[in-house]
Design a protein around this ligand. Sequence first.
Ligand code: ZN
Length: 134
Amino acid sequence: MKVLKIDHLGIAVNSIDEGKNFWSDVLGLKFEGSETVAEQKVTTAFFPVGESEVELLESTAPDGPVAKFIEKKGAGFQHVAFRVENIDEALAELKEKGIKLIDETPRIGAGGAKIAFLHPKATNGVLVELCQRD
Ligand code: ZN
């Protein structure tokens, strides 16, 4: 598997409107607009930082994965996403190594990227996302 870079850091917020102030007003990052991924019950907002981005995640429903995360752990850092050259190959390699996956096959995330999550049990507690952008 070839990991190219940290694609983005995912941060769970109760509200993008409130959460974005720190990132845009205090740090001066550019707010590139938000996008709702209905299937994941989440609205995302991206702030590019050099080669990577900060992704804010706001749940659109009380039973969505981000709402459940906030309920359990509170708002804050949620996942790290690594960009890989080929996500199908990466997942096949991880499966072969017996790494527990949340997504056995890639799905489509914000910005049309192919994404898949690894299970935090396999990563010492960190939610890891792989993503491939063509
Ligand atoms: Zn993400």
